[in-house]
Design a protein around this ligand. Structure first.
Ligand SMILES: Nc1nc2c(c(=O)[nH]1)N[C@H]1C(S)=C(S)[C@@H](COP(=O)(O)OP(=O)(O)OC[C@H]3O[C@@H](n4cnc5c(N)ncnc54)[C@H](O)[C@@H]3O)O[C@H]1N2
Ligand code: MOO
Length: 429
């Protein structure tokens, strides 16, 4: 006889009731704003910090016209009139500008970065010239065909005085810090670092270095999330590993919330009797998000305890990383004064095929960049989808994103690929 009640063994049956990825993002975005103040730091410490001030170029960069090459500087009109053969009357090197203007009809020996002598507008590369010259005196023959202004870098061609350079909220990259330095500014106002409490939970979790008893698991998520948080510029407090005990979890969250801008937890996020994080959040504060129509990462929660944001990441390592990158990263960025960071997707042909019996949820598979038989870049899927496989994260170059409505992927179909580099991670070495 057939049972009249089907067992609820399909753990994704309720995806319709769960928040979709885009809905979750919209809630997160609407709920958070900057919580940190500004501080002034020396430029050497400014990289990867978030700008708190607006900067306009205080001066022209470069400050003067200068030579782009080692060679001979001259007035273009003199070059035309002389047929390219000119006396050399002086020598100017970088850091040693010429006193006064160059005489008419003459060339000047010049080196890369040296200020263009007054009145001269064009430079010929030394390799193209024939010179009977030493120490800035002699004669040089310059080949025909040079255009006026050749090999001359104009004052202000990099930055014009007053040009907008940087605005609050921008994450400073090495090249941004270089630009600030090029204007002579020695310090910069940036957002203070976000104070984040990092919590692992689970009776079975142990720190590396400790002996492992049967059934216990090393706390890999602590190191995963610590590194991700460091990459996001946070100041981290290690709150250790909490046991699966409601009162201990609650006490720890109250203490952490009092002195941090955000709490990031891993584990205990789900619905089991031993999962206390969501109940604690409900009791101590307000939950805005829990249970997403995504995989992996379904039990992620987001809420607040007073003014402290709580991000409850799942315990499975792949789910913890995916949730961090997709949801915690933009939230922490906004709390820290930055943008709600969203990765760009790249459409690449799939080097895999799959059928989806369950639609309605968004899936993020681990994707590996590959080259197909025609030499075209394509995307492979890590062969196992298990949410506990750290190896899948290590092998992958990013995430393959399969939207809710897609019923299957055929080999060669274009799929969305989010490189890990778009999520702030270093490239695969
Ligand atoms: N009946 C149901 N069971 C589960 C559901 C569900 O909806 N109903 N969801 C599953 C999904 S999806 C996930 S993801 C997990 C996540 O739940 P939790 O956050 O409560 O995670 P835990 O049970 O604490 O741990 C899951 C897994 O991850 C390991 N873990 C935990 N913390 C760490 C750590 N710091 N470092 C390394 N590994 C960690 C833990 O030992 C477990 O193996 O729940 C499913 N179950
Ligand atoms: O969705 Mo869970 O997050 O499979 O691992």
């Amino acid at each position: 006889m057939q049972p009249n009640k089907r067992l609820l063994d399909d753990c994704f049956l309720h995806d319709r009731d769960r928040l979709r990825h885009s809905e979750a993002l919209a809630i997160l975005k609407a709920r958070v704003s900057r919580v940190v103040d500004a501080e002034t730091v020396p430029l050497a410490d400014a990289c990867r910090r978030i700008m708190a001030e607006e900067i306009h170029a205080p001066r022209d960069v470069p400050a003067s016209d200068n030579s782009a090459v080692d060679g001979y500087a001259f007035r273009h009109a003199d070059y035309i009139n002389s047929g390219g053969r000119m006396p050399v009357v002086a020598r100017v090197a970088a850091g040693h500008p010429m006193d006064g203007a160059a005489p008419e009809g003459a060339a000047v020996r010049i080196f890369t970065g040296a200020v263009m002598p007054e009145g001269l507008d064009t430079v010929a590369m030394q390799e193209d010239c024939e010179a009977e010259e030493a120490g800035g005196t002699g004669v040089v023959t310059i080949p025909p065909g040079l255009k006026p202004g050749a090999n001359r870098r104009k004052a202000g061609e990099d930055l014009k005085q007053g040009a907008p350079m940087l605005a609050p909220g921008i994450l400073l990259r090495p090249q941004d810090v270089a630009a600030i330095a090029s204007t002579g500014k020695a310090s910069v106002s940036v957002m203070k670092r976000l104070r984040v409490a990092l919590v692992s939970t689970g009776d079975e979790i142990r720190r590396p270095g400790e002996p492992l008893s049967p059934g216990q698991v090393y706390d890999s998520n602590h190191f995963l999330l610590r590194a991700l948080l460091e990459g996001a510029g946070a100041e981290i407090t290690d709150c250790g590993i909490l046991p699966d005990k409601a009162d201990v979890v609650e006490d720890a969250l109250v203490t952490a919330a009092a002195s941090h801008d955000a709490i990031v937890t891993t584990g205990g996020a789900s619905r089991g009797e031993e999962d206390h994080l969501v109940h604690a959040l409900d009791k101590l504060g307000t939950r805005h998000v829990w249970q997403l129509a995504i995989k992996p990462g379904r039990p992620m929660s987001f809420g607040q305890i007073g003014d402290c944001v709580m991000l409850g990441l799942p315990g499975n390592p792949v789910a913890a990383m995916v949730c961090f990158l997709l949801y915690a990263r933009p939230v922490l960025s906004v709390l820290g004064g930055g943008a709600f960071l969203q990765p760009r997707r790249y459409q690449l042909p799939a080097d895999f095929a799959m059928e989806r019996t369950k639609t309605g949820r968004r899936e993020f598979f681990r994707g590996i960049l590959a080259v197909d038989g025609d030499g075209q870049t394509c995307i492979r899927k890590f062969e196992h989808d298990g949410s506990g496989l750290i190896t899948s994260l290590r092998e992958a170059d990013g995430l393959v994103e399969i939207p809710e409505r897609v019923t299957g992927v055929s080999r060669g179909d274009l799929v969305d690929f989010i490189p890990f580099t778009e999520l702030g991670l270093p490239p695969h070495g």
